[in-house]
Design a protein around this ligand. Structure first.
Ligand code: NAG
Ligand code: NAG
Length: 325
């Protein structure tokens, strides 16, 4: 229950602290930019079983929150390396799964008060990936605090098994870290095969979101190689809240493609293949964006296939694992 409590804490305490972070001066022009943005409303499409199974598969790694470094890795994987920066409380684990022939870099999400400080440090700061790119300062600093070590460890892991796929995953704040790791690794010329985030908070402005889509090859025609998985009315993909940031700091956060939205059944039955969709546009009103979720809620913690207590607790039956906590 520990993680659950911490998430609730982040939701309540975290956003109650919001006003003290609100120090910058608004730019009405930028605030209006968001309001003038055309809503993405194209109806989502069904997905195939292979994609759905991959979403479940990578969720098991994105759920490796506890007992860092992970003592009981999922799916028979081994821990290759682990990095943590105590001053930002940011960590990652690199797994290798010889059966699946893949190397997985996994970032856990918000788990302590330092992480909450990271989440709330949302004024944007320029990012060198493109002209006009700006990103969430707290998440960027968190990523930079482990970046050198992570790049070196990832290079070493990939070089040791060059025929394996290299995949980056993360849940919540960890999804934002996965995003930043991907962008910097791509800039450094490293080969990344797939990125899968779950309940990723928004970490950049419009230019940054467009840049991510461009390097990932994502469009209405192509899913690309960065999957942004959302669930029901999870409110975290809508954080930081533009209604506040656009007015308070004159900046808007825009999500990137390609969103896969796992909806629950009408009576709260868990999401399955037939209720999970490929969405169009960056923030489709027909998917998670349109559900009006606020902050860290139940939908944020219980992603299909994701169990935030999975690492450290042996499981009896992998295939029956569904939600977190
Ligand atoms: C940890 O993060 C702090 C703050 O960003 C940074 O000054 C420090 O160099 C980092 N430590 C390592 C070992 O990278
Ligand atoms: C998938 O979920 C829907 C909605 O809850 C349900 O009607 C359907 O029976 C489920 N399908 C499977 C294969 O479980």
């Amino acid at each position: 229950m520990l993680c659950h409590r911490q998430h609730i804490l982040a939701a309540t305490l975290g956003w109650a602290l919001l006003p003290i972070q609100c120090l910058s001066i608004p730019s009405p022009q930028q605030a209006h930019g968001l309001l003038n943005r055309r809503a993405d409303t194209r109806a989502p499409d069904p997905i195939d079983p292979t994609t759905f199974n991959a979403i479940l598969h990578y969720a098991t790694y994105a759920g490796t929150y506890l007992s860092a470094p992970c003592k009981t890795p999922p799916l028979g994987a081994e821990v290759v390396s682990f990095a943590q920066n105590d001053s930002t409380a940011t960590q990652q684990t690199i797994f290798r799964n010889r059966g699946d022939k893949e190397v997985i870099l996994a970032f856990p999400g918000t788990a302590n008060p330092t992480d909450i400080g990271t989440d709330l440090n949302f004024p944007q700061t320029p990012h060198p990936a493109c002209d006009g790119c700006a990103v969430h300062q707290g998440v960027y600093e968190a990523w930079l605090s482990v970046a050198d070590q992570t790049m070196a460890q990832a290079r070493a892991a990939v070089q040791a098994t060059p025929d394996f796929k290299f995949v980056i995953v993360g849940h919540s704040l960890g999804g934002g870290l996965a995003n930043m790791a991907y962008v910097d690794m791509q800039r450094a010329g490293m080969k990344v095969d797939l990125v899968v985030s779950y309940g990723e908070l928004a970490v950049g402005n419009q230019q940054y979101a467009d840049h991510v889509d461009k390097i990932a090859g994502a469009s209405d025609d192509n899913v690309g190689m960065f999957w942004r998985v959302t669930h029901a009315n999870d409110g975290v993909p809508l954080l930081p809240p533009n209604a506040l940031t656009s007015i308070i700091v004159g900046q808007s956060f825009i999500q990137h493609r390609t969103e896969f939205w796992a909806q629950d059944g009408p009576d709260g039955e868990p999401a399955n293949l037939t209720t999970t969709f490929r969405c169009y546009g960056q923030m489709s009103e027909a998917c998670n964006t349109g559900q009006g979720g606020i902050g860290i809620n139940t939908a944020h913690v219980f992603y299909p296939g994701l169990n935030v207590l999975s690492c450290g607790i042996p499981r009896r039956d992998e295939s029956s694992v569904r939600g977190g906590v």
